[in-house]
Write a protein that binds this ligand. Sequence first.
Ligand SMILES: [Zn+2]
Length: 536
Amino acid sequence: MILPIVKNQIEKDGFCRLPAVLICSFADETGKLGAAALASFDKRVKLTANDAFITFSFDDTLEEKAEIYRVTVEKGAIRVGFRDRRGAVNGAASVALLLRKKKIACGEIVDYPDASFRGLMVDPGYGVADMPLMESTIRYMALAKYNYLHLHLIDKMGPGYVSKAVPEYKFSGEGTPWTLDTLREIDQLCKKYAIEIIPEIEVPGHATAIAETFPDFKCQVKDAQSWTVCAGNEDLYTFVDKLIGELAEVFPDCTYMHIGTDEIEFTNYPEGPLLCHWTECPRCAALRKREGLADMREEFYYMVERCRKICLAHGKKMMMWSDQIDVSRDTVNLSRDILMDFWRVAAPGRGPHEGCTFEKLLEKGFTAINSFYRYAYTDEERFLSSEKMKTWTPHTMPEQSPAYAAQVPGGKLCIWGFAYKEKYGYYGYVAPAAIMLFGQKLWNFNDLEYTDEYKAAFAEYLFGGAEYACIFDCVGDVMPPKTLEFFTYLPADQIDLSLVQKSIDMLKANTDCFIAGDYIELLEHIAETARNAAEK
Ligand SMILES: [Zn+2]
């Protein structure tokens, strides 16, 4: 079995005999991309011009489908055929996982994705990851055949990078902010796997650092809060233009710019409401009068449309979180070429909710990525789980009519707190597992069972070999617990201490696996839980 589970696989008699050095060749630039991706997944693979054991080449006998690939395994050769760049990388990912098997059966795989958009979000706006962590994550994404990396670059603590366009605007979150060159380096890393970046800024909410740097961006009311900036200040659009312009230069080939737009008010915030002052602000009132905007919602759409024009002027399409759009109304004055990012309908006190559903958004003619927090988020125990991923697809939850399937091109896994260790110390053992579990359901909509064969393939993906599947027996699940309070899904008296120790020893000997240290930490906590319970 190869993960994400492939569409068509025929096994034939006999096994492939691997030479000690895996010589790999390619016939064109696209093949070179695939071959180089394979070499980055497996150190034994060496690129050459000819006489290769593994070959990458264009295959016009394949059906004309985006991202399709064919892998043919014979006793003395492995061939990868593709039609496009993504196909070459997808083929490389499957071969990399085949090479982790003890025995590789001869046969053929022909495979392609069910969802055309398969995204992962990480959030340097809260905590900035170092490059080894980014490299490892991008490699796991590529193995799980993702094609978009969404960087939530900015949040209330400012930009997780050093902006030259707006140097006064600085970061106060965890970690060292990336330089523009680091952003370019991440872009290059993603290009190696034909993964496209979606950079995100954040207006008008989550804007505390903007309002504190430029107090005039606050609404003109007494004791104005700084969560949501004033849409009536023209300087805001100049500011957005500078940020978008800079990011468009750093990521010249990205299709989308994400401008945030979620959660502009919290009237029910227990520690004191974070308010949007647009309804009381004279400058906002003047804007509404000038533009003929009936209310705060229309003012929001006006602001969004201004940002969309800025994105278009820089050659980019716009993406936004959709929770502040009131889809219960007859008319929504927003362009339908904005790609919606659906994470939820606003909770009461946090935006429009009555009569709002995911299906309504689609009914209104929008195209939307499914990032529904209950399934696509990892920052709480009750969100993404292996149990939910058995049956979830981007077209099943939130509920929606199959008639709108073409308007939901896929889904996006959101790893909030990715490098924000102060709040979320669990990244290392959660992200790579979540990437495959969620990616599996974007690649292949079929229902899933965690059979022994699946667990073996999951261990090959995570740790490099099927023998590590015993780790899932120590944890009680293929998906590790997401919070530091829980280390195991098993009752303490069901933990097999000798198996836990064996797993720790195996991981200690595995110097190639980036996440071995995180799993050792997890397993040590599991052992401690069992020992403490035994003493009582
Ligand atoms: Zn205002």
